[in-house]
Design a protein around this ligand. Structure first.
Ligand code: PGA
Length: 253
């Protein structure tokens, strides 16, 4: 079986100040001092802090990611940030298609797919978020929704693009609600995602990391991450406390 390196990413969302972020980073660094875990640890601060945080973390084993990116490379797009800019300041990962982008800001599967391409064009690794709403789950169309979200990215790129991509399964009803998918529910969707990619290329599908997000906490991480197709987590609320975040990280290792 292909060995997949676990990945745990903290999505800080619209939280923090320079002072609180410094305290959080200091806590994470201290807790990682004797890091024997085999995984990758990523933090995704708000855009304005990326530059200084990436500089500070150079040479450490904490990786920096962005929470979003423009689908455009350059030009008259007020307020946008291009992938090449993120690469230049030291990001390695970019979250795209997060449910808050899709549902609060109305970003479509197509726009998300364009962001996927733009991210890879700048040699950054997209963390492509997919997930169904509660209504969609109750209608029994979870797989259909996820398939559409995946297919949009596959259509504008190819399966080869998934060699350098991470997928995050985040059921919308589990994000920030304290309700997690059960390990079995999450595993079922992760297996579905992997199987769908297998139809295009079995080797790439076996190697792609599929992480879970949605109310992952220190006390439920181990059980979720122990599922065969779950390769780590995308962590919101619990990534804002160094100890909780590290406990989750070590649960994936
Ligand atoms: P949560 O957020 O851990 O606070 O549920 C997860 C996410 O939005 O990625």
């Amino acid at each position: 079986m292909t060995k997949r390196i676990p990945l745990v990413a903290g999505n800080w969302k619209l939280n923090g100040s320079r002072a609180s972020i410094q305290a959080l980073l200091a806590g994470i660094k201290t807790g990682l001092q004797n890091n024997a875990a085999a995984g990758e640890l990523v933090v995704c601060p708000p855009f304005v802090y990326l530059n200084e945080i990436a500089q500070q973390l150079q040479g450490s084993n904490i990786i920096v990611g962005a929470q979003d990116v423009s689908e455009q490379a350059e030009g008259a797009f007020t307020g946008e940030v291009a992938a090449a800019m993120l690469a230049e300041v030291g990001c390695r990962y970019v979250i795209i298609g997060h449910s808050e982008r899709r549902h609060v800001y109305g970003e479509s599967d197509q726009l998300t797919a364009q962001k996927f391409v733009a991210t890879q064009h700048a040699k950054l690794i997209p963390i492509l978020c997919v997930g169904e709403t509660l209504a969609e789950r109750e209608q029994g169309i979870t797989e259909k929704v996820i398939a559409q979200q995946l297919d949009a990215a596959l259509q504008v790129s190819t399966i080869k693009a998934f060699v350098n991509a991470v997928i995050a399964y985040e059921p919308v009803w589990a994000i920030g609600t304290g309700k997690t998918a059960s390990p079995e529910q999450a595993q079922a969707v992760h297996a579905f995602i992997r199987q769908r990619l297998t139809q295009h290329d079995a080797v790439i599908a076996a190697a792609v990391r599929i992480i879970y997000g949605g109310s992952v906490k220190a006390n439920n991480a181990k059980e979720i991450f122990s599922q065969p197709d779950i390769d780590g987590g995308l962590i919101g609320g619990a990534s804002l406390q160094a100890k909780d975040f590290l406990d989750i990280y070590y649960a994936a290792g």
